[in-house]
Ligand binder design. Structure first.
Ligand code: SF4
Ligand code: SF4
Length: 100
C-alpha cells in the first residue's frame, strides 16, 4: 500500500474532531502562502492544505506555478499530484486519473 493510502486509511479510523485537529497541525506545515499562485483572497479565507481538503472554492484561478513538491508534507502524505488548489485534492486527482 502506498503512503497516501495508508495515511488516509489511518485518518478514516479517527473521529472527525480528531481529524480536524490533525488538519490544523498539517496546516502549520503548508507552504501555499509562499507560492506565487496563492493570492490575497486565499489568504483572507485562510485557505490551506488543498492537497487534503480540496481546491480553492473561489480564490485561486491564476496558475503562476506550484511549490507543493517542495513542501515538507509532500513526502509525509505520500502525494503525487500538484496544483491542488486548482485541480482538487490528491484523492480527487487520483480518482480522475483512474477514470481516464
Ligand atoms: S503539499 Fe501543497 S497544498 Fe499540501 S500542505 Fe503542502 S503546500 Fe499545502
Ligand atoms: S496548491 Fe500548489 S499551486 Fe496551489 S497555492 Fe499551494 S503550492 Fe501553490
Amino acid at each position: 500500500m502506498d503512503t497516501f493510502t495508508e495515511v488516509m486509511r489511518e485518518l478514516k479510523t479517527r473521529r472527525k474532531e480528531e481529524r480536524w485537529k490533525t488538519y490544523d497541525t498539517w496546516k502549520r506545515s503548508c507552504c501555499c502562502p509562499e507560492c506565487p499562485s496563492y493570492d490575497e483572497c486565499a489568504s483572507r479565507g485562510r485557505e490551506l492544505l488543498y492537497c487534503v481538503l480540496g481546491m480553492s472554492n473561489e480564490c485561486i484561478r491564476d496558475d503562476k506555478h506550484c511549490i507543493c513538491p517542495k513542501c515538507a508534507l509532500y513526502p509525509v502524505l505520500g502525494l503525487s499530484g500538484k496544483d491542488f488548489c486548482m485541480k482538487g485534492s490528491e484523492a480527487a486527482i487520483r480518482f480522475e486519473r483512474s477514470v481516464e
